[in-house]
Design a protein around this ligand. Structure first.
Ligand code: FRU
Length: 428
């Protein structure tokens, strides 16, 4: 038996999740609309950097690049997932972003494309950009469907001759579909929208091995008594992983999940890792409404820590919550991505619904349409600076909306540093 099959899947348990609560270490400051959005014509949500193979942020002739799910901003925000299109934005300073355009000009798989990751390898065998994405919906189907497959586009190149451009042509292929054993297929799903999405490229700095992480669900057949209450069984989120035996970034095999949350939570979204000094920090986003009954969760960034890629992940801070929205603006941000910055972690996210504090996001549709539009941020949120000490995290401060510094760029003094240098009279 291989090492990864030897034990059970590490679990985020109901016991862990039952102690979830807001406290001063995990609540982000309230977000106000920015003076300028990145692009007034677009709703912008899930976002990721173009990264080098080793996970560092790519800088190409002075440009850094982000990719986002986007839709026209005249659409009702709740409709945006149905027409999601991936666009790129570039910047010289990590603060001011210019819209580059759509990444694919037709040809992408699925009825629409959901989140993923992008790896830049100027020496790659198949173009410079390896673009992993979720092919959502069945190609060619008339109705909108919720099939999800992990897809890869290769062949993209970067052109900086006059400005910044990403060019095709791209070749698209399906990389992975759920096997029904480790990873639930759509037809096995017992209730809520199932998940098999959000591929995230990862090269393990300790072993040099190549992986894809993704969001999935663990099959829980009826009658197996997996949870004390059968109602909880449809809450079966997992963090999936696939391995490339040769290191070829176009060729992956499914492996057993890194972690799951059976009886606890149905969606462990956009999984990604930060590795610091041989310690593995695994992050996901999740929603209040995807926690199983009798658990009180939050729209929040959650994290787990292990001393090995396939280690015994334990929730950070005991319960798992790292960063959430304030009680009076519980849906102001979502879809966090964490990256390392010196002693700190930076968490990017998008500005979701503000001035809105009903119990969950489903109630957005009860608002008049003009209010749904007014209360949706639709651009990047302020980046949150997080401290990390062993298994504990804390919110330090925030940067501006969509300010995404490279690790070589110094961060401004945080408010508490200002406070001590000014003799105790800081701006709080
Ligand atoms: C998280 C998410 C992703 C998915 C995308 C679709 O915000 O649910 O898992 O790829 O939104 O819009």
């Amino acid at each position: 038996m291989s090492e990864e099959d030897a034990g059970g899947t590490p679990a985020w348990t109901r016991e862990h999740a039952s102690s979830l609560r807001r406290d001063e270490s995990n609540v982000a400051p309230i977000i106000y609309p920015p003076e300028e959005r990145i692009d007034d014509d677009l709703h912008i949500w899930d976002t990721w950097f173009l990264r080098n193979r080793d996970g560092t942020i790519a800088e190409i002739d002075g440009y850094r690049v982000i990719f986002s799910l986007t839709s026209p901003s005249h659409l009702l925000p709740g409709k945006r997932h149905d027409v999601a299109t991936i666009r790129y934005f570039y910047s010289h300073d990590g603060e001011n972003w210019t819209t580059g355009g759509t990444v694919f000009d037709g040809g992408a798989l699925g009825q629409r494309q959901w989140a993923g990751s992008a790896m830049y390898d100027p020496d790659g065998d198949e173009g410079e950009i390896y673009f992993y994405y979720t092919a959502a919906g069945e190609d060619g189907a008339e109705e909108l469907t919720y099939t999800q497959r992990l897809a890869l586009a290769t062949g993209g190149t970067v052109n900086t001759d006059s400005g910044f451009e990403i060019d095709g042509p791209w070749d698209h292929q399906v990389l992975l579909t759920p096997d029904g054993d480790w990873y639930e297929r759509e037809d096995q799903s017992r209730g809520m929208i199932y998940t098999f999405r959000d591929p995230w490229f990862f090269e393990d700095p300790e072993s040099g091995e190549t992986y894809l992480l993704f969001e999935a669900n663990t099959p829980v057949p009826e009658g197996t008594g997996a949870c004390d209450d059968p109602v909880w069984e449809e809450f079966n989120g997992s963090i999936g992983i696939a391995h490339s035996p040769t290191g070829d970034p176009t060729d992956f095999e499914l492996r057993p999940p890194l972690l799951d949350a059976v009886c606890v939570n149905q969606e462990l979204e956009r999984p990604h890792l930060v590795v610091r000094d041989g310690t593995y920090y695994l992050f996901i986003s999740s929603h209040v409404h995807t926690f199983a009954p009798e658990l009180e969760g939050y729209d929040a960034l959650y994290g787990f820590v292990a001393d090995d890629l396939r280690g015994e992940y334990e929730p950070l801070n005991g319960h798992g919550m790292v960063l959430t929205n304030p009680a009076n603006a519980p849906f102001q941000a979502y879809s966090w991505l964490v990256y390392d910055h010196g002693d700190e972690l930076l968490a990017s996210s998008f500005f979701n619904y503000f001035d809105y504090n009903r119990p969950n996001l489903d109630d957005v549709s009860l608002l008049p349409e003009d209010e749904q539009m007014r209360r949706f941020g639709g651009t990047l949120a302020p980046t949150v600076r997080l401290g990390l000490d062993g298994t504990e995290t804390n919110v330090i401060d925030t940067l501006g909306h969509g300010h995404l510094p490279l690790s070589s760029e110094a961060l401004p003094k945080s408010w508490w540093e200002n406070e001590s240098s000014e003799g105790g009279d800081g701006y709080y």
